[in-house]
Structures are given as structure tokens and as C-alpha cells.
Ligand binder design. Sequence first.
Ligand code: FAD
Length: 416
Amino acid sequence: MRYSIFSLIGQTLKGHRGWQPTWRDAAPKPEYDVLIIGGGGHGLATAHYLASRFGINNVAVIEKGYIGSGNVGRNTTIIRSNYLLPGNTPFYELSMKLWQGLEQDVNYNAMVSQRGVLNLFHSDPQRDAYARRGNAMRLAGVDAELLDRERVRAMVPFLDYETSRFPIQGGLLQRRGGTARHDAVAWGYARAADSRGVDIVQNCEVTGVTIMNGRVSGVATTRGPIRAKKVALVVAGNSSRVAAMAGMRLPIESHVLQAFVSEGLKPLIDCVVTFGAGHLYISQSDKGGLVFGGDIDGYNSYAQRGNLPVIEDVMEAAMGLWPGLGRVRLLRHWGGIMDMSMDGSPIIDHTPVQGLYLNAGWCYGGFKATPASGFCFAHLIAKDEPHPVAAAYRLDRFATGRVIDEKGAGAQPNLH
Ligand SMILES: Cc1cc2nc3c(=O)[nH]c(=O)nc-3n(C[C@H](O)[C@H](O)[C@H](O)COP(=O)(O)OP(=O)(O)OC[C@H]3O[C@@H](n4cnc5c(N)ncnc54)[C@H](O)[C@@H]3O)c2cc1C
């Protein structure tokens, strides 16, 4: 069923009794052309683009939980393409362009809101670094504006501009950045892929990868074995665990990242703001809650939950930026498992096992990448060659030294 004003009026007249489930609850078939492990945003986007752009429809997405239970439904919803390095900029800009047409493409309201992403700076050297980033973005055809303190104040008047420990001097603004409703992105891709015949199999965990003579031939699951000509591994925080089933050791560590939401407030900020003197970003959801994010937990973990020390850390940064927040109540917080690569950039590549493809290493920035990641991964699987904008995301770059160290902070995930 196509969603439109006409289907809405039609259903209203029928008492809303004719709506179909958003996607079928498929049972696994014995064999597929492509089997995608992981029903997060990236796995579902891959399935959608395989079916819609490359004509490959005999596809299954195998998800151990339910759609939206992973990071795609846990993130702080920020989308942007304000990257510095040539290996990253065209990829994230392709993603931004796909975000701009996503709702028409998948016929689903993902609440894509280009409300602007503003990175604050607090010192002269930091302004220089942001000017360099902005210039690199503009040279690559991406929008960027360097704002002085008064222009930032006009946009976000409630912050502490002078008296805080790190007075705000200005900001780098990408107006086309913003937010999208995270779980609606998963549902939209799931529905679009399902409508083209993709099987979305929930509550089915992959427990083994079957390899014969160096070539993948299928997977073992909690609902029985499934054969496949090609297998795509796209499980975000669980990448190392699933890759180990195929005998691979990845340059990835798993860490928890937490998100925080306040009680609902009247509209206060209409863009995304990041603090330049600590790890903190804030936006306001359409329901009125302030949505915060901060740094990853410093230790490796697969525990998908939050903890108290990071609340204190993130709220300290929030108070440093916006002291008025001290009177706001925090309502809830949660954690997701991040697949932290050793240079902060992702991997979209073949593996040493024939027919087995890898999409991983998204760190805490993979939501914004969802459309381009799915598109480029589908391109790789369908054509067996990388899409030009994702050609740098090779698995062997950690052995050859051609890393894409976007943050320039060294090779430890806890410094990204
Ligand atoms: C708190 C938080 C805030 C974030 N904020 C942002 C942000 O503002 N902007 C941004 O760009 N990014 C953000 N991210 C990062 C982003 O959410 C992730 O990088 C991205 O969602 C990862 O890709 P995914 O959606 O495919 O992952 P997931 O949704 O985690 O999908 C992976 C799926 O694989 C499944 N799986 C795992 N093992 C198996 C198995 N053995 N068999 C079958 N299925 C399996 C999991 O159940 C899961 O559903 C944030 C993440 C968190 C946790």
C-alpha cells in the first residue's frame, strides 16, 4: 500500500480498518542470493538499495532481535556531512543527498529535519581548525559557514557566552545538517525493502558462518541453516563477534555510548549544538525533550545499557555550556554498543572469504551514514567492486597504513 493523502482519506472513511502491517513477518527460506546479517539501519538500507537500484530481490535480512532494537533506534538522530578528509567527505555528502530524497524514495515519513548543525569553538586555535574544516568542505561542494560569537548568540541565545570556563567565540555551521527520526528510518527502509520482496526475518540469531573451500555458502541460525550465494555482515557493535564466526579478527573494539533525554520543554533550540571544549551535543526533539550525547565509555563492553558515571560527565559538560540546564530534569538514558574502528572511519569491503562482505567500524557516527552505507554496500555486493565514494574504506588499510584518521586523535577508540 502506498502512503499518501489519498490513502489516508480513504482509510479515514473506512474507520482505519484497512491498513496493512508495515512489513511481513517472514519465515526464513532455505536459500537466498544475498543474506544480510543484521537488521539495523545499514542492513535494511542495503536490502532496499539491492532491490530498488540493482534488481536483486532474492534477499533476506536476518535480525536477532526486532527491527529498531539496535543502534538505529538508540542514537541521538544527528545527520551531517561536515567531514574534513578526502576519504570521507564525498561519502558523507552522498549520504546527505540521499537523506534529502529519502522520504520520497521509501514512501515513509522519517521526519528528516535540516535544522542545522552548529559546532562551537572556544579558542583561536580551535577557530583556525574549524575554518580549515569549513574551507575543505566548501572546496568539496559541501555547505559551511563560520559564524562569530554574535551570530551564534542570535541563533542560540541561552548559552553562557562570557562567564563560563570556556567562553564561546563562534561556531562552524552546516545548515543542511540536522536530525531524522531514527526508528522511522529503520521502519521506512524495512517497509520499502519488503515491498520489493525482501524477507525480513526477526528473532533469528546467526550463530555460525558456513565456509567451504574459502567461499561462504550460508549461515547457521537459531531457526536453522540458510544457504546463500553471498553473505553481508552488517552488525555494528557485534561486528567482532560475528566476524569471529568466519575466522576473522577485526581492527574494531566495542564500547558503550549513551544517550540522554530531558523532560519535555517549550521550544528552546532549533538546531543541533556541539560543545567544542568537551564531548557534548544537544538538540531538541519534536516532543520537546532535550537530547544529549557525550563520549563513549572508556572500557570495552557488550552491555547495552547506561551507567551513572557517564551521566555525571555529560551533565557537567552541559552545565559548562548552558548553566540554566541545572533546573531541568533528566528523564531517561540508555546505551548502545559502538563498533569503534582504529582510525575512526568505517570499513565497506570484501573479506578474505569469497562471497563474504563486511560493513563495520561506524564508531558513534553511523546513523548519518545509513543511506550512503546501504547504497555503497549494495553496489559492492551487486557489482563486486567498491562504489567510488567508498573506495577508501578498505579492510586492509590498517595493514598498509593508509588510515583515514578523521579526528587526528590517535589510534585509540577512547580518544576519538
Ligand atoms: C547513544 C548513541 C548515540 C548515537 N548518536 C548518533 C548520531 O547522533 N549520529 C550518528 O550519525 N550516529 C550516531 N550513533 C551511531 C549510530 O547509531 C550507529 O553507528 C549505527 O546505527 C550503526 O548501524 P546500524 O543502524 O546498522 O546498527 P544496529 O541498529 O545496531 O544494527 C545491527 C543489528 O545487528 C543485529 N545483530 C547483531 N548480531 C547478530 C547476529 N548474530 N545475528 C543476527 N543479527 C545480529 C543487532 O541485533 C542489530 O539490530 C549513535 C549511537 C548510539 C548508541
